[in-house]
Design a protein around this ligand. Structure first.
Ligand SMILES: [Mg+2]
Length: 347
């Protein structure tokens, strides 16, 4: 995008309209888009029911600039939204990107950010169809994502007593990377990758919903205990997690051993947590090779109206289904990313 002319210039020097005039042609649109970026509104055609979600990443709250290149930040801004779509079995279609940028931000970096966003979306068949650019004190990226809804609807509400609890992938890697980076300690590349590049479980989410295997589902963004609490509160049930069964990566174990606290409370996992009625467990087992990721049984839905964490030695910890727990907070520690909506980095 006019890289030579923009090289070294800030966005204030290039100017909003000049920047956008060069950016917009690069945001290729295609199927379903009638009017793309650059007009007052986009006009799109969807295939039927649509899922809509919005989420923002804010400098100093969700990330520090030195932790992510502009391209990686753009990618991540899209991927965390796609995870919400995965939790309801949808297929991303269109997105609007609203960016707040300090005037001193390099125009080239801003181009890279947009390209990261647009490329990550394109990998899932989604298109940037519009957005907004504004001056701001801190860098932020807010993405509104529109997705095709599956034929059936699964929300956080359908869990019933006796349902088995499953989670995709491994937990705690991104939170551990966040903690180590925040303390300026070395973090294994495998951990940093999980923070920089979440893997929204779109394929698994779509399959589990379309096949009617799950009764309730949520993506794990604020820590599995917190997010399980949302399923319990919405469904009017409780749950028990066997902490010894929580899936941990080799890289996580290398730092934390068997300490599962960050895996339970850390957040930023972007895995799927779902409730599976016992008659559907066989279907789930058969579906394993088609999900595109690992899935692990970690507990069950109970009638207690609280989330219990148990291991071989009995119940270790109990939280009310809607309460926030400070288990992870220690004096002088960076706030766990799971509390990112109300915390600042390095607090
Ligand atoms: Mg979510």
């Amino acid at each position: 995008m006019g890289q030579r002319r923009q090289a070294g210039k800030t966005i204030a020097e290039v100017g909003e309209f000049s920047f956008l005039a060069r950016l917009i042609p690069l945001l290729r649109t295609g199927r379903g888009t009638v009017v793309g970026p650059g007009q007052d509104c986009a006009l799109v055609r969807g295939p039927g029911g649509l899922l809509l979600t919005v989420d923002a990443l804010v400098e100093g709250v969700h990330f520090q600039r030195e932790w992510l290149s502009p391209h990686q930040l753009g990618r991540r801004s899209y991927l965390v939204n796609a995870s919400d779509i995965a939790a309801m079995g949808g297929t991303p279609l269109f997105l609007l990107a609203s960016l707040g940028v300090p005037p001193s931000y390099a125009a080239r970096d801003l181009s890279q950010l947009y390209m990261g966003l647009a490329r990550a979306a394109r990998e899932h068949g989604a298109q940037v169809v519009g957005g907004n650019l504004t001056r701001a004190a801190a860098l932020f990226v807010s993405v509104t994502l529109v997705a095709a809804a599956p034929r059936r609807v699964v929300t956080r509400r359908g869990a019933r007593v006796g349902d088995r609890l499953y989670v995709t992938g491994t937990l705690g890697d991104a939170a551990l990377a966040w903690r180590l980076l925040g303390r300026r300690r070395r973090a294994a590349p495998a951990l940093v990758r999980r923070f920089r590049e979440p893997s929204p479980r779109l394929r698994a989410g779509r399959f589990l919903v379309e096949r009617g295997i799950v009764s309730a589902m949520i993506d794990v963004s604020d820590g599995i205990v917190q997010d399980l609490g949302h399923i319990c509160a919405e469904s009017g049930v409780g749950a028990r997690i066997d902490t010894a069964r929580v899936p941990l990566s080799t890289a996580y174990r290398a730092v934390m051993g068997d300490d599962v606290r960050l895996a339970l409370h850390g957040g930023e996992d972007y895995e799927l947590l779902c409730a599976v009625p016992p008659p559907n467990v066989r279907s789930l087992e058969r579906a394993r090779p088609r999900l595109g990721c690992a899935i692990t049984e970690i507990g069950e839905i109970t009638a207690t109206r609280r989330v219990e964490l148990v291991n071989g030695n009995g119940t270790k910890y109990v939280s009310a289904v809607q309460g926030y727990d400070h288990f992870c907070m220690r004096p002088g520690a960076a706030a766990p990313p799971g509390r990112r909506r109300s915390s600042s980095v390095g607090r």
